[in-house]
Design a protein around this ligand. Sequence first.
Ligand code: USQ
Length: 410
Amino acid sequence: MVSAMKIAVLGGDGFVGWPTALHLSNAGHEVHILDNLSRRWIDTELGVQSLTPMDSIQERTRVWHAETGRRIHFHLLDLATDYERLKNWLREERPDAVIHFAEQRAAPYSMKSDRHKNYTVNNNVNATHNLLNALVETGVDAHLVHLGTMGVYGYSTVGAAIPEGYLPVGIETMDGATASQEILYPANPGSIYHMTKCLDQLLFQFYAKNDCLRITDLHQGIVWGTHTRETRLHPQLVNRFDYDGDYGTVLNRFLIQAAIGYPLTVHGTGGQTRAFIHIQDSVRCIEIALENPPARGARVEIFNQMTETHRVRDLAKLIAGLTGSEIAWLPNPRKEAGENDLVVKNEKFRELGLDPTTLADGLLSEIVDVARKFAYRVDRSRVPAVSAWTRDIAATLNHDPEGRRLKSVS
Ligand code: USQ
């Protein structure tokens, strides 16, 4: 247990940010959420809402105080556009650590149209750069912990385990010897969103080298589940749960589809293998990362934040087996490998004490406690994934599993 810190949680109103803020507050840290509430605006734009009924951030923090006696402070601030306010906030508050979740995180949303591509790049890259720039300018020596993604590595089958960030390489020198180096694993993004996280990596590398900022980048897999110990404390502390075609991620989508009797929406053959982590473990990993900052002047610390890998069709079959659901094999709206293997090294968190929640432990309770409980709130028309990666692919998306015509991006 480290001593209490002042921690800024940027994007602390979001799916991983909110339970992280609660967890760190419960552990005795002074937590400040900085958020522009963009995720709530995007819900309005898309005409969708969280499966779970979410209160305002002010109400959530009020209930947290009433339940626990602890305060979480909220500051309405847009990292990407309010640079001067961010700088002033850092200068006045001087946090010990900053956790950076404040980015547009959905791949399908980032591919929806040219406007969504621009928004995602402008928002994510400016947010990250403004933060780094402001830390240097104010001289705040905070440990920066960033939520990155496993998607920076891409999902091509290479027949070797993906290391934690850095790849040892040998380069042939002019005199025929071999020089050894460790380089960032080659970036291979599969969407505009994932590309912004690749760009983030370079920004971090530069600022760690040039300004000796202490930075940890967490390459996280797909998060599943809803509740953490703290969000369970009161119904109004509940986490958000996205099931729609843009923000819903694969396993949580399958869970709610099973609960409402909607055929499980497998893209293509479902041969895509992905890395997964439960929300409770995600929150714990962030705490572990905070407790283990890199030294000033060290290179960026990188962890692979995932606990298991699964093929999409195996997940669909598992949930179909548990619930009796049908599986719909759909044209894939994404440009991605139809089949891939994925082996990931994740020893660092395990060695630092992470004890993972596995699918086998948590899946059934998720179906009963969340998906079935809130199934009445689902708008079935928002389930299909309609954001296509290219115009050609858009033309192949005809009907949803219930026979309704889908709109394309063209
Ligand atoms: N998929 C389906 N059916 C669906 C939804 C998705 O077959 O109904 C497939 C997709 O085609 C894809 C895979 O499932 O092959 C994963 O899709 P996803 O939407 O669950 O995950 P992704 O778009 O990769 O993004 C999510 C989060 C993102 C995070 C990333 C981690 O939204 O913020 O960075 O997971 S990772 O996937 O490891 O890159």
